[in-house]
Ligand binder design. Structure first.
Ligand SMILES: [Zn+2]
Length: 386
């Protein structure tokens, strides 16, 4: 007999998870405790196994393993594949004014780093798996829960999971990427291209500038060409995710007040919308930079991330909207969802709590939000919901 997780069970799971520090190593300071996701991955793997999951460890970076677990559904091969990607890392805690890892319950909330971003979703998943296991019931469809590392800084966990799925020819019918959306189905967000252009000139004494070639004035032309590209894009019709944006984010160059500069680097952040190919966007930016600069240009590519867009009338989006009572929307921030275009049929971003509390000096999630997600996932997994 299935009994749905109580609020106490949900909050107990979340407190437990918050009490295991899993600060991303890049942001680990003296208060971070045991940094990294290793302790979280080990605990999650134990729980997954205890609840009947078929557990797979996937080392993404040295000492940083994602954990995937599969529960085969009652429908066997006829069943769909439903997946959840929930990242196990958190941002740093040095800036927190609140105890980062006590996981206390107060004012109808659970507090601590990761409470909302995004251990809340993992807590709900674990509580549901525990309830199913205790009742001896199998999900109707196949479930695959991925507790992925390295979302907050390197963003290698999601492409790692996508590769793992691809290597098994496994395409998930539906994937929920867990992030705090107030349980609103988020069905799209922009992607990203980050490139740096370096103009290469020739240094000389500034009393004889004609003997040099000034890389800063060349870099300035590149920067202005990029601004013109931004302005041009603002006149284009908006796509579902809006209009692409471009920011000239950084510029470095010069050696001294009396030296013709031989190098200048211009860093570009270009937000990508649906229907755009990041490789084509990059190629266009390179062509514009080369055309604008009187000096040779080299390019360093930092990021090429495609936009994520799931049409609002997709089955997964409309069902999640009905179960959550929230109108689907698109997000201004990025998530792991970008990585799964080739290994999912439908995907959304959804999870309890507000992004407003994520990464903050005080982090918390409302217990009512955990309860809400438990209800949504129970519907999704075909569990007997009250
Ligand atoms: Zn997150």
């Amino acid at each position: 007999m299935y009994s749905h997780p109580t609020n106490t069970q949900l909050t107990t799971w979340l407190s437990r998870l918050v009490q295991i520090p899993s600060v991303t190593p890049d942001q680990a300071g003296p208060r971070a405790g045991e940094p990294g996701e290793a302790a979280m991955s080990a605990a999650v793997a134990r729980w997954f196994a205890a609840f009947g999951g078929e557990v797979h460890h996937h080392e993404i970076l040295p000492g940083r393993s994602s954990v995937y677990a599969i529960w085969r559904g009652a429908k066997g091969d006829a069943g769909r594949w439903l997946g959840v990607d929930v990242h196990t890392d958190t941002v740093g805690v040095e800036q927190m004014t609140d105890p980062p890892f006590d996981g206390r319950m107060a004012h109808g909330r659970v507090y601590g780093r990761g409470a909302v971003d995004t251990k809340a979703s993992l807590a709900v998943v674990l509580a549901l798996l525990e309830a199913m296991h205790s009742a001896g019931i199998q999900p109707q469809d196949n479930l695959l829960i991925a507790a992925t590392v390295d979302e907050e800084t390197g963003a290698t966990g999601a492409p790692g999971f996508a590769d793992w799925l691809g290597a098994r020819n496994l395409v998930l019918d539906e994937l929920v990427v867990a992030e705090p959306t107030g349980c609103t189905p988020v069905h799209g967000h922009k992607g990203l291209v980050r490139v740096e252009f370096t103009a290469h000139g020739l240094t000389a004494h500034s009393a004889q500038p004609h003997l040099g070639r000034n890389a800063i004035t060349a870099g300035a032309r590149v920067a202005l060409a990029m601004e013109a590209e931004h302005d041009r894009m603002q006149t284009l019709p908006a796509r579902a995710l809006g209009i692409p944006q471009l920011t000239v984010a950084m510029m470095h160059g010069g050696h001294g007040r009396n030296v013709v500069p031989d190098r200048c680097t211009v860093a570009i952040d270009r937000r990508v919308v649906d229907g755009e190919d990041p490789l084509e966007v990059t190629a266009r930016l390179i062509a514009l930079a080369q055309a604008a600069s009187p000096l040779p240009i080299t390019t360093e590519i930092w990021r090429q991330i495609t936009a994520f867009y799931q049409p609002a009338d997709s089955g997964l989006v409309t069902r999640m909207a009905a179960w959550s009572g929230q109108t689907p929307t698109v997000a201004p921030y990025g998530t792991n969802a970008w990585a799964y275009g080739d290994v999912t049929r439908q995907r959304i971003v959804l999870g309890p709590g507000s992004i407003d509390q994520a990464h903050g000096a005080v982090e918390w999630v409302e217990i009512a939000e955990l309860e809400k997600l438990a209800g949504i996932f129970a519907h999704w997994w075909g569990l007997p919901v009250r």
